[in-house]
Design a protein around this ligand. Structure first.
Ligand SMILES: C=C1C=NC(C(F)(F)F)=NC1=N
Ligand SMILES: [Mg+2]
Length: 217
């Protein structure tokens, strides 16, 4: 895969808990709208486990493979390996990024970061991209830290964090362009797409905001 940076523009993160209808339909509509990378994040109250989780992951992965969209698994490294997913995304509280890198070889490794110190450590551990957030307050993650603000994107860039970086946390149509102009390579969204009345149209607008802002940078 060429540099993962090119795939980060519109990063859809989702699990069954986030969906108001069949996750397969939600993903299909988001793909029609132009998402560029997908993360299966099955977490929170009522999340699937075991074989049910595996079966849903398999079907979502099939959709992504059909449309050449990288399929990333959140937290569950063993699930990623058993599916031969394109990569994994781990947080600060998950398995240490260095150990994950040893397990997954040259698959994509994304690491959640909240500040400069965590960003530097993640890159030292071999992260291919950073997930910085939450930028704004978020309802999609129960144990989210306090919002770090758009300023943190600029601060990391000013401190020579030039690695591929996607911003996440409460990002909407109204704020997408500002996040890109601050220096992010893409935006990651959960509820902005999952809770939209018309998922494909919403996704197309988010994509347009991101691509337009990218060409201004
Ligand atoms: C907590 C997270 C932070 N960032 C990301 C991503 F956008 F993919 F980088 N995913 C997560 N699950
Ligand atoms: Mg995690």
């Amino acid at each position: 895969m060429s540099d993962v940076r090119d795939f980060l523009s519109l990063y859809f993160v989702m699990g069954s808990v986030d969906c108001k209808k069949d996750p397969l339909d939600v993903l299909d509509e988001a793909i029609q709208g132009g998402i560029t990378i997908f993360q299966f994040r099955e977490k929170g109250k009522g999340a699937l486990t075991g074989l049910e989780k595996y079966r849903l992951a398999e079907k979502l992965f099939e959709r992504c493979r059909l449309h050449h969209i990288p399929f990333i698994v959140n937290d569950d490294v063993d699930l990623a390996l058993s599916l031969e997913a394109d990569g994994v995304h781990v947080g600060q509280e998950d398995e240490a990024a260095k150990r994950v890198r040893d397990k997954i070889g040259n698959k994509i490794l994304g690491v959640s970061v909240h500040n400069l110190k965590e960003a530097q450590a993640a890159l030292a551990d071999g992260a291919d991209y950073l997930g910085l957030g939450p930028i704004f307050p978020t309802k999609s993650k129960e144990d989210a830290k306090a919002a770090c603000g758009i300023e943190m994107i600029q601060y990391l860039r000013e401190n020579k964090i030039d690695a591929p970086l996607v911003a996440i946390g409460g990002i909407t149509e109204q704020t997408a362009a500002d996040v890109i102009r601050a220096g992010a390579d893409g935006i990651a969204v959960i509820s902005e797409i999952c809770h939209a009345d018309h998922i494909t149209e919403k996704t197309k607008r988010l994509y347009a905001h991101v691509i337009h802002a990218k060409h201004q940078n």
